[in-house]
Ligand binder design. Structure first.
Ligand code: A2P
Length: 259
């Protein structure tokens, strides 16, 4: 890791993978002496015309991992992602060494089940949390949802789940305790529809075995503003209390950041 003179650090890109025409992920060398809690985000970016352009990105890898992974959309005219999507192995990105966020185990009270609701790239903090053994110390079961418009947009999540079940140590921890519901809304697939609609009908109970109650369940939500508001209203209507780092509760939310 190389220090820049404006309070920012540089990170070297190790791998880049383009999942669809509108999404890609990349990993960097894990910065030295950098600690974060799984689910947190950092400011990352590039120097563009000699000016740092930074955006908040959830760290998609867990806090024990030697690689530092991010999952991003590509916005054609986006000031940062239009350039970031051209990253290659060996390139450098800039990074502010200050992790923050509310999608962390510390902001939730203990519970039986942890539900992780995401749309699109909102899955990124959750691919960190589901690979953190600490999550399974706090919750018996972890149930991840990712809703996308089309089937190909689910590949990053499916791939991460596959790697977990192939990992010698993690697979032992998560067997029978981690479930993944990839759902699509504009193309048929194994699971279809918005989860907010599942929750308003019997479908959620039928698929998960839970009716979502603050007595047993804890919830993290990450997606667009409209999606966050709709899930938040459902949680509040069921008697859930919103948590924070200073006052843990039954559910926490965070916007999935875009250009
Ligand atoms: P839909 O196709 O019915 O709009 P987007 O790309 O617009 O951010 O959407 C990503 C995914 O999130 C889509 O599958 C979309 O469904 C779904 N979605 C959008 N808004 C909501 C919401 N308010 N509640 C639940 N799911 C939503």
């Amino acid at each position: 890791m190389i220090k820049e003179n404006n309070g920012l650090d540089q990170l070297e890109v190790l791998k880049v993978h383009h999942w669809t025409s509108s999404t890609f992920s990349f990993s960097c060398v894990r910065p030295d002496n950098f600690r974060f809690r799984s689910g947190e985000f950092v400011m990352i970016g590039l120097n563009i015309c000699d000016k740092p352009v930074l955006r908040a990105y959830s760290i998609a890898s867990p806090n024990w991992h030697h690689e530092f992974e991010f999952y991003s959309i590509k916005v054609e005219d986006g000031p940062l992602t239009s350039k970031l999507q051209k990253l290659k192995e060996g390139d450098k990105i800039i990074f502010r060494k200050k992790p923050v966020g509310t999608l962390v185990n510390d902001a939730l009270l203990s519970g039986e089940r942890l539900f992780l609701f995401s749309t699109g790239t909102g899955i990124a903090p959750f691919t960190s949390i589901i690979r953190d053994p600490e999550t399974y110390e706090k919750f018996n079961e972890v149930i991840l949802f990712q809703t996308c418009r089309y089937v190909d947009e689910l590949e990053f999540g499916k791939h991460t789940i596959d790697t977990i079940f192939k990992d010698e140590l993690l697979s032992e921890i998560v067997t029978d305790r981690l479930r993944f519901f990839p759902t699509t809304t504009r193309e048929p697939s194994k699971y279809s529809g918005r989860i907010t609609d599942w929750l308003k009908s019997k479908r959620f109970l039928e698929e998960t075995g839970s009716d979502l109650t603050p007595f047993e369940d804890r919830v993290m939500i990450c997606g667009s503003i409209a999606m966050l508001n709709e899930f938040k209203d459902i949680c509040l209507g069921k008697g859930f209390k919103e948590g924070s780092n200073s006052s843990p509760g039954h559910f926490v939310i965070e916007k999935a950041f875009v250009d």
